[in-house]
Design a protein around this ligand. Sequence first.
Ligand SMILES: *Cc1c(COP(=O)(O)O)cnc(C)c1O
Length: 386
Amino acid sequence: MTSTEPFLVFGSPLIEQAEIDEVLACMRSSWLGTGPKVAQFERDFADYQHLPPSRVAAVNSCTAALHVSMVAAGLEPGAEVITTPMTFCASVNAIIHAGLTPVLADVDRQTQNIDAAAIEAAITPRTRAIVLVHFAGRPCEMDAVMAIAHKYNLCVIEDCAHAIETSWKGQKAGTFGDFGCFSFYATKNVTTGEGGMVIGRDEALIARAKVLALHGMSKDAWHRFGDSGYKHYQVVEAGFKYNMMDLQAAIGSPQLARVERNWLRRQQIWRMYMEAFADCPVWLPAPPAADTLHAYHLFTIMVDEERCGISRDAFLDAMNDLRIGTGVHYQAIPEHPYYQQRFGWRPEQWPNAMWLGRRTVSLPLSPKLSDADVARVIAAVRGILG
Ligand SMILES: *Cc1c(COP(=O)(O)O)cnc(C)c1O
């Protein structure tokens, strides 16, 4: 069966006139680099997180946010950092680039989040930190995780790439640990095209993260080239080139202003999918836990060949034939050759992540989807599953 309908791009962001106007204003101002719009976006994000601006730093990706957090945390070289095998490769690569050693702890099959008991089982005398991922926007079990972190005196870094709106018992994701790292990549809940933010408990460490994100320079370019006279800068560490541009922040502030509206739309689409697939032979996402806020970043179904009569990869192809874009979040980290070769990892060592990663399919969940688009996705999934 083929389709002549337009291709439904997975994760396509909803861009509105406010962002377009802000980007044009930025272009016309000729100040494209890090400047007043980045400072404004940092204040907007701080307000949204109920934090003082001294505890947030804009960067050019979540990957950069993860990297500078781990460098700023000052962990000794080679220290072990426990993370989840059910994540994007960036979570693990950032650990490696910070000169640390990643250690995986398996996830829970229902929540797809790292399992607190598995974290504790993975702890050795060299463990210094945990990198958590609030998968799909569902918060990890923060009581259990933070209890372990306190017991073993571990630094906690929350990868909140899916979790801008997420909260656990009234507390925002990203504010439990030492650092929270956010992504504004094109498919994320708030986008700047590419971009990220790091928030932290200790403003001195956030100040260090800011210095690290701009070459290790003690004053940023905005202050150097502003109208208050030339200022010398001093290089105080070997930093990175991770600063956000005003052009990106120009997209971010109006996007953030609509975060709630977009969340409500994704919640609505999520509920339509839950209802439409209730009688299908697929596993559906676990319902959000009581007293938590789910960010509804991904809607993942598990396509099991024995149960569905079609393999996951054949299902992906069939969706594509119907001109519907899908995603895979994720093949488990130990499925990738680099990690197998470097660390000797085999997928079977983390059976839940392996099981999920070989079956998971992410359906479109963008607030840009019309009701007709959602109906198309539902009809396609039900049709393929017979
Ligand atoms: C998208 C994503 C990242 C990386 O974000 P970037 O902004 O693209 O660097 C990291 N971790 C997770 C879980 C992600 O989904």
